[in-house]
Design a protein around this ligand. Sequence first.
Ligand SMILES: Cc1cc2nc3c(=O)[nH]c(=O)nc-3n(C[C@H](O)[C@H](O)[C@H](O)COP(=O)(O)OP(=O)(O)OC[C@H]3O[C@@H](n4cnc5c(N)ncnc54)[C@H](O)[C@@H]3O)c2cc1C
Length: 424
Amino acid sequence: MMQSDERVDILIAGGGFAGLALAIALRQGLGPSTSIMVADPGLGKGHEGDERASAIVAAARRLFETLGVWESVAGQAQPILDMVVTDSRVEDTVRPVFLTFAGEVEPGEPFAHMIENRYLLEALEKKAAESGIALRATTVTDFTPPPERGRTNADRLGSGDPHTIQAQFADGGGASAHLLVAADGARSSIRQRAAIAVHGWSYGQSAIVTTVSHERDHEGRAVEHFLPNGPFAILPLTGRRSSIVWTETTPEAKRIVELPDDAFNAELEQRFKLHLGEIHAVGARHAHALGFFVARSFIAERIALVGDAAHLIHPIAGQGLNMGLRDVAALAEAVVDAARLGLDIGGADVLEHYQRWRRFDTMTMGVMTDGLNRLFSNRSPVLRLVRDVGLGLVDRVPNLKQVFIREAAGLVGDVPKLLRGKSL
Ligand SMILES: Cc1cc2nc3c(=O)[nH]c(=O)nc-3n(C[C@H](O)[C@H](O)[C@H](O)COP(=O)(O)OP(=O)(O)OC[C@H]3O[C@@H](n4cnc5c(N)ncnc54)[C@H](O)[C@@H]3O)c2cc1C
């Protein structure tokens, strides 16, 4: 039988972007009388090891602004002022530009910013601590669903309260909650314990991530070179630096990451070219294996999945975290609305409302990014012609481009309040 040390209203397993943003959003919407705990073994340990940077689209930036987090990281965020797409082979000396995007979603509001993950994660953790959210540096190892599920008495916990779920921690403690949120990433053990299957596959590709310093200013330009092994993205950071997300087949990515510095720089230069002058890789380099999945269900009894625990997509369009923040905003809104009506915040109606809101939208974005990757990551001359004609057409129709910009900025569809910059 599990022991439950503490009682909280909401327990969030995972203190990454999704878990921390959700905790702050719920705290703001529900007030201090609702107790919220985030459990993650990485809490309080800093984020220096994360070399990634993320494109934060306009809707996600509005959410961070509403949560009171954006102002503390704005100095580290680089607006993306325009974007160029090319389609070529590594050995091509000239890379014709097929598509350019420039513009703002509203006057003075760029469609996205680039920011290094560590700054945003540190700001979220600080805000969560200041907001009175309990931060527990431990792993959620197990949980017991409420008793209605047909468990025997021996499996049940504490009072046998049908309105609570019991979680067990690696440090020996535990907590009971009305709602357990799985924000524990793509390998979510809570999703697995809840027996929620996923539809998905591995791409056999990995993304090499590193930071590059260069001689000339990038002027806020993001560049996506579609190369046969996968996209090579140059994403502007503050100063004369850019974040590189460089997709290769997994064996090739492993080979490249393990090269000595000089040989690595030579491979990098071959793809980056010298349009920004001399370049140097600075900082660590890592390869992240890429896959795709969507969970068959985003909910189970008193459990909601958010972020990468619910879905994983290819970073080709820089949308994974932005999708996770859409989950966060939708779940927070559903829970806060229910609490104001005096309803059970972990009840089936609230969770089903959340799932209806998010699952279809997630499938749409998942299928789109998967299709983009398949269309571009190949050597077929026929597909190359098709995509280049397609890109050329989009480039010539300004209204169509504006539609794409708003879609990429996360401002299309049934957008939850926080992503529209409105408080709960
Ligand atoms: C190369 C690359 C580039 C990307 N670029 C972008 C981009 O530009 N824009 C974008 O929107 N997205 C991007 N993404 C996707 C984005 O990084 C992820 O979608 C995002 O980090 C997921 O956040 P999360 O909080 O859901 O999960 P995670 O960041 O994986 O956090 C999960 C947390 O849960 C904790 N945890 C795990 N198990 C447990 C447990 N049992 N108990 C308690 N805690 C637990 C972990 O310690 C971790 O802190 C990129 C991804 C890759 C690989």
